[in-house]
Design a protein around this ligand. Structure first.
Ligand SMILES: Nc1ncnc2c1ncn2[C@@H]1O[C@H](COP(=O)(O)OP(=O)(O)OP(=O)(O)O)[C@@H](O)[C@H]1O
Length: 260
């Protein structure tokens, strides 16, 4: 498989001393869906922000990030689309949805986007794009806002979509709908997905490969089946055991189904 993103010994420190990310190695293949899991503070967002070039300027970074087998830095928008946990934070409260998307497309147009606003909204599952385009963010539900945030991230037709706890604030049914959407979109466009969550069961439903982090380090990586059935690291084994206790057969079922 062709590597899209190759991260080698990536270390990030916010305060110049303690690393929030310690010598992380990770490769994401073209079209691959990677689930990045770990407890709060384990360094998941730090890794994702480093990939997207969104770390604060004061952060100290060492190691390398290769994009499409070159030393070029991936560009946010056209190479990488980023969906945050709180969609309201990425939407302008006083601008209609259609106008916001049109503005993003206008900025990106010089750089290849062939999509238009209704098409983008239809792509993220809105049957009546014109109605949604005319609304303000506060007139949408949490799940609808997150779909719009995904549409914003897709506007530049990125090769990698990063969803950082993008479903954590949503209820289970809406969450499942967003996961199905991300799964379908990445399959349709052939783009890769980095899906960040602390929910092992959720990540197992859509990822080709799971990467488990703790205390700023990548502990283990493997297919959902490998991680769930044969965890090597004791922490990963305890994570699986606690999810199995909660989820029972669901977790075992989810990793038997190929990602839709
Ligand atoms: N801007 C920042 N300045 C200083 N420290 C930070 C900053 N962002 C994160 N950290 C610290 O870096 C460590 C890793 O945080 P990070 O947000 O990457 O974890 P996470 O796994 O994404 O957690 P969560 O699931 O809660 O979002 C934590 O100790 C956190 O306090």
């Amino acid at each position: 498989m062709t590597p899209l993103l190759e991260i080698t010994k990536l270390t990030v420190s916010y305060d110049g001393t303690t690393p929030a990310l310690h010598e992380a190695n990770l490769t994401v293949a073209a079209g691959e869906r990677v689930g990045l899991i770990g407890e709060s503070g384990s360094g998941k967002s730090t890794l994702a922000l480093a990939i997207a070039g969104l770390l604060p300027r004061t952060a100290r970074v060492s190691g390398s990030i290769r994009w499409q087998q070159t030393d070029t830095v991936p560009r946010k928008g056209t190479d990488i689309g980023y969906v945050f946990q709180d969609p309201a934070g990425s939407l302008d409260p006083v601008m209609r949805i259609g106008a916001q998307l049109a503005e993003i497309l206008r900025v990106l147009r010089g750089k290849q986007s062939q999509l238009d606003v209704p098409e983008l909204l239809a792509r993220v599952g809105f049957p009546d794009p014109e109605i949604i385009a005319a609304r303000y963010p506060h007139q949408l539900s949490g799940g609808q806002k997150q779909r719009v945030a995904i549409a914003c991230a897709l506007a530049g037709q990125p090769r990698l979509l990063i969803a950082d706890e993008a479903t954590s604030a949503l209820d289970t049914i809406v969450q499942a709908g967003i996961v199905r959407l991300l799964s379908r979109l990445t399959a349709d466009t052939g783009s890769s997905l980095l899906f960040i969550t602390h929910d092992l069961a959720l990540a197992s439903t859509l990822a080709d490969r799971l990467v488990v982090m703790r205390n700023g380090r990548i502990l283990e990586a493997g297919t959902p089946r490998e991680i769930i059935e044969h965890p090597r690291h004791p922490y990963v084994a305890s994570l699986v055991a606690s999810h199995l206790a909660l989820e029972g057969p669901t977790l075992l079922e989810t990793q038997r189904e190929p990602a839709q």
